[in-house]
Design a binder for this molecule. Structure first.
Ligand code: CP
Ligand code: NVA
Length: 310
């Protein structure tokens, strides 16, 4: 069986996504008793980070500890991906020592090349293009709250970024509905939208892209937002603020959604920018459930990939 990677959501079929989500729910049940099955006993995970992290680093590392394995953190100053050493050479080293690899990087190309050249399963823990682990956790959260994905309608406000791209892919895979509102210059990539729309036809997913935030939130069950300037775009933060202001997730905008609509954010949040305190701290906010579920979703992703190792 060829090894499998999780470079993007579309690496998993609809059935596989559903399987991983079910597995994540099973693994989460072990938390109550703290009796964890050592599913990754003696496995070692390499964690390559070119960017900062709270949730990703903690949840991957805790996942490995709880499943009987170990994780080794390699930060930006250690690896120098493509600078100190080529991605190819990094891949060829890692496969001699480790069992699984996780990478957080700028270029999606680095994730793809690492996966191509490394004989180990490679997991994308965020690139400029996508953030599939986040979105697996997000949809685990939705599944727990509503029991199924039938008829699920989500709005996404703001930057058509990595998180937005992965939400598009998951929507297409599961046949749900995603309504995106972004300023024109910050819409999701056109080429990606075309690819996603093809997949959406197969699953019956509905994708709406608009510049009007009120249109996007109309009648949805959940509203999701993310920072206006992602990691690596900090220099643009000031300029982006005025363009994105109408897309702030606040009470006035949320009134257009269903009265009990959930508030979602991948975190870190810039309170007072893309989301108000009132929304972050509202009883309908599920942002910390999303963060918690990173642990369980990633456990399931790693177990799934480990079971299919070459
Ligand atoms: N949501 C997320 O990936 O958080 P970190 O950047 O803290 O890992
Ligand atoms: N879009 C954000 C997500 C952070 C988890 C970023 O890339 O910085």
């Amino acid at each position: 069986m060829p090894k499998r990677d999780f470079r993007r959501i579309l690496d998993f079929s609809t059935d596989e996504v559903r399987h991983v989500l079910e597995l994540a729910r099973d693994l989460k049940r072990e938390v109550a008793t703290k009796r964890f099955t050592p599913r990754l006993k003696d496995r070692v995970l390499a964690m390559l980070f070119e960017k900062p992290s709270l949730r990703t680093r903690c949840t991957f590392e805790i996942a490995m500890i709880q499943m009987g394995g170990t994780a080794i953190y390699l930060g930006p100053s250690e690896i120098g991906i493509g600078k100190r050493e080529s991605v190819y050479d990094i891949a060829k080293n890692l496969e001699r020592w480790f069992d699984l690899v996780m990478i957080r990087t700028f270029a999606q190309k680095n994730v793809d090349e690492l996966a191509q050249h490394c004989s180990l399963p490679v997991i994308n823990a965020l690139s400029d293009f996508s953030h599939p682990c986040q979105v697996m956790a997000d949809f685990l959260t939705v599944l727990e709250k509503r029991g199924s994905f039938d008829g699920f309608k989500l709005a996404y406000l703001g930057d058509g970024n990595n998180v937005c791209h992965s939400l598009l892919a998951m929507t297409a895979r599961l046949g749900t509905e995603l309504r995106i509102a972004s300023p024109k210059a910050y819409a999701p990539q056109t080429q990606w939208l075309d690819e996603i729309r093809d997949e959406a036809k197969r699953t019956g997913a509905r994708i709406v892209v608009t510049e009007d935030p009120a249109e996007a939130v109309r009648d949805v069950e959940a509203i999701y937002t993310d920072v206006w300037a992602s990691m690596g775009k900090e220099a643009e933060a000031q300029a982006r603020r005025s363009v994105f202001e109408p897309y702030q997730l606040n009470a006035a905008l949320a009134r257009g959604a269903r009265p009990d609509a959930w508030i979602m954010h991948d975190l870190p949040a810039h309170r007072g920018e893309e989301i108000t305190d009132e929304m972050m701290d509202s009883p309908r906010s599920i942002v910390f459930d999303q963060a918690e579920n990173r642990l369980h979703a990633q456990k399931a992703i790693m177990v799934f990939l480990d079971e299919r190792r070459a």
